[in-house]
Design a protein around this ligand. Sequence first.
Ligand SMILES: Cc1cc2nc3c(=O)[nH]c(=O)nc-3n(C[C@H](O)[C@H](O)[C@H](O)COP(=O)(O)O)c2cc1C
Length: 376
Amino acid sequence: MTSVLFSPLNLGPFALPNRIAVAPMCQYSADDGSATDWHLQQVMQYAMSGAGLVTLEATGIERRGRISHGCLGIYSDANEAALARVLAAARKVAIPGTRFGIQLAHAGRKASTQRPWEGGGGPLGINEDPWQTVAPSAVPFTPAHNVPTALDEDGLTRIRLAFVRAAQRCVRLGFDVVELHSTHGYLIDEFLSPHANVRTDQYGGGLENRMRFPLSVAKAVRAALPAHIVLGARTTGTDWTPGGFSQDDGAIYAQALKGLGVAYVSISTGGILPKQPIPTGPGYQVPPAAHIKAKTGMVTAAAGYIAAPEQAEEIVASGKADMVELARAFLDNPRWVWHAADRLGATIVYPPQFQRAAAALWPGAKLSRPLDFPNT
Ligand SMILES: Cc1cc2nc3c(=O)[nH]c(=O)nc-3n(C[C@H](O)[C@H](O)[C@H](O)COP(=O)(O)O)c2cc1C
């Protein structure tokens, strides 16, 4: 059997060696936005994972755009230098062909919150150095959250410019992919959502108006990137709420992004309201991804409860999505790809230093490399 999961995926200026991506995952371990040794080890592990694309976590384009005090940022020279160190080290150990992306983000009204393991991720208290949040409208995420300042035209220009400056830093850093975080109820998604955006100007009202600011950001970021850097977007397939952002809205928005030169969409769902009935389970976000792929013809990634190699293979082989993004499976096991390759009969390259670990890790597995090493 030839694995589709382990076949290349063309993103325009380059192809990924396979259709497996490490999904962006906040580590809440940065120091005023700057990557630390934690990121160094984390990204180096994923560089050796064999995933075709490794996308770094939601990275704040301005200080107040971070979710928490521990979130990664790309708003200062110190942030840029810290990321350069991480990326240089990761590239040194990366499996050939691995591409690196970064998710540019602004947390909007969901900023200024605790790290998940410190107080449960709620809004920062008065003694926790909270900050004033910004959003399309002065509508808080929950009654306990900071009431955000509604952005005026100057504020929108400032944020768009901050996205552009962040993109320019990404160019200097040599990222292959820049991904716009446009889901999970953060700033861009807030503009798209009638739940968070109650503006009466040209940025609020019907979907066309609600898309205006997000699309202006995408256009400005694309213009700041040279052609060899791929721009993608993580977008909402559905927010699972009545009267909210639907699958069809997701397809219309993706189509508009495509028109601006966005090369792929990674489909996620939910997050705009604190409580929605989300039917989580294996592959639960694949149907919205398949819908948007069918409507737009875009390169589309599916994510969410994908953990079994055969499940991942089925998603791409059936054409429901072009790529799978895994988060918790990689947290659990950064060598997920090696196991998947053995299960699916694909041959992959991995660092020879790990070859002797194979037999112990996968008793009875079909190894893609022989174990005829001297017993040193
Ligand atoms: C620790 C952690 C951090 C996350 N951080 C981000 C993030 O920075 N950006 C994002 O778009 N999604 C983030 N997510 C969501 C994941 O990328 C992914 O879409 C979600 O966990 C579902 O995939 P999974 O079932 O493979 O974990 C995060 C998930 C986890 C578990």
